[in-house]
Design a binder for this molecule. Structure first.
Ligand SMILES: Cc1cc2nc3c(=O)[nH]c(=O)nc-3n(C[C@H](O)[C@H](O)[C@H](O)COP(=O)(O)O)c2cc1C
Length: 304
């Protein structure tokens, strides 16, 4: 039978250690450090809460966090979408460093996904002997450096000032389509080269409605206190007696506004990951995972 790759090879490793960590710690959530490139060119680093995978589906291979649109990290990533994110899981003494490109889901934006490179093939269930042959016949001939880490995006043209409207190449397809594939063909998000996709099915990126649902799903997972924080005065602005009073009344829920009034400032950030550097300090082993331009993941051990 054809070996189907439903997710990047780092995902099960990551999920395993995330789950161990959550079992061993008192808090029900995990944080990580997110680095961006500041508007002034300085590195910017801060703690954010891990909000699971996009569409609550690990095989998207896309990790999310939420933020307030008024915070600098939002405009920093709009200007330069490159990030590095570091998780340290002390229970298991493991570190994951993710590098990639960010896209946002909010009331005005969602990722514009280009699926051009990911032509599915109708391979059906084939013997593993046939696998290489089938791959050869359907995957475009790789360029000599095709297996180098692949930047998912290029720099936007000078007239295009934000990465939020800039297309990103990634095999992110509509969750509805994936559910259909899952039901009908036992498939899931995957490396498209290895999914049995029927001829009549056209791969489509997630729809506007699916992104809107995701924004609302993530909003619903926030605590009452966190929802309130989205209607506080501008984060990072100078404190004044008036703002202090307003913050106090928001906290006490007597500011005359509703949770939904903060929704316009709410954003989900999707981290489209290109490389993962995994260091297991327990065994002193280090593994690098890299995505090529066909969204095929390779992994190899490196010296710690
Ligand atoms: C435990 C903890 C969790 C946090 N989680 C988030 C988060 O999920 N999203 C967020 O935008 N800020 C979060 N923050 C606040 C950020 O660290 C940071 O102070 C704030 O977002 C402003 O960052 P910026 O000015 O770089 O945009 C968290 C802070 C702490 C201490």
């Amino acid at each position: 039978m054809l070996q189907r790759h439903f997710m990047a090879s780092w995902v099960p490793v990551f999920m395993n250690h995330i789950n161990v960590q959550l079992e061993h710690q008192a808090e029900p959530f995990l944080t990580f450090q997110l680095s961006t490139i500041g508007i002034d060119g300085f590195p910017q680093n801060r703690t954010v809460v891990y909000r699971g995978f996009l569409f609550d589906e690990v095989s998207t291979n896309i990790i999310t966090f939420t933020t307030d649109k008024r915070m600098p990290k939002y405009s920093e990533l709009a200007k330069d979408d490159r990030f590095e994110a570091v998780f340290y899981l002390p229970g298991a003494r493991k570190q994951f460093r993710f590098k990639g490109h960010a896209r946002v889901i909010d009331a005005d934006h969602h990722p514009i996904v280009k699926l051009d490179n990911y032509k599915p093939r109708d391979v059906g269930d084939i013997d593993s002997d046939d696998e290489d042959e089938a791959k050869e016949s359907s995957v475009p001939e790789p360029s000599p450096n095709a297996f180098a880490p692949s930047p998912t995006t290029s720099i936007p043209k000078s007239e295009d000032t934000s990465f939020w409207n800039h297309p990103i190449e990634f095999h992110l397809v509509s969750p509805k389509l994936i559910n259909q594939l899952h039901k009908d063909h036992n498939a899931s998000y995957s490396n498209f080269n290895d999914i049995h996709v029927p001829h009549e099915l056209t791969l489509k990126p997630p729809t506007d409605e699916e992104y809107a649902q995701e924004l609302s799903r993530q909003w619903d997972t926030l605590s009452k206190a966190l929802k309130k924080s989205f209607r506080k005065p501008d984060p990072g602005s100078r404190m004044t007696p008036e703002k202090s009073k307003l913050i106090d009344s928001i906290k006490r829920g007597v500011d005359g506004k509703k949770d939904i009034d903060g929704y316009k400032n709410f954003a989900v950030v999707a981290m489209f990951i290109d490389t993962v550097d995994f260091y297991d300090s327990e065994s002193d082993r280090r593994v690098r995972f890299e995505k090529d331009k066909f969204d095929m993941w390779s992994e190899y051990e490196i010296c710690p």
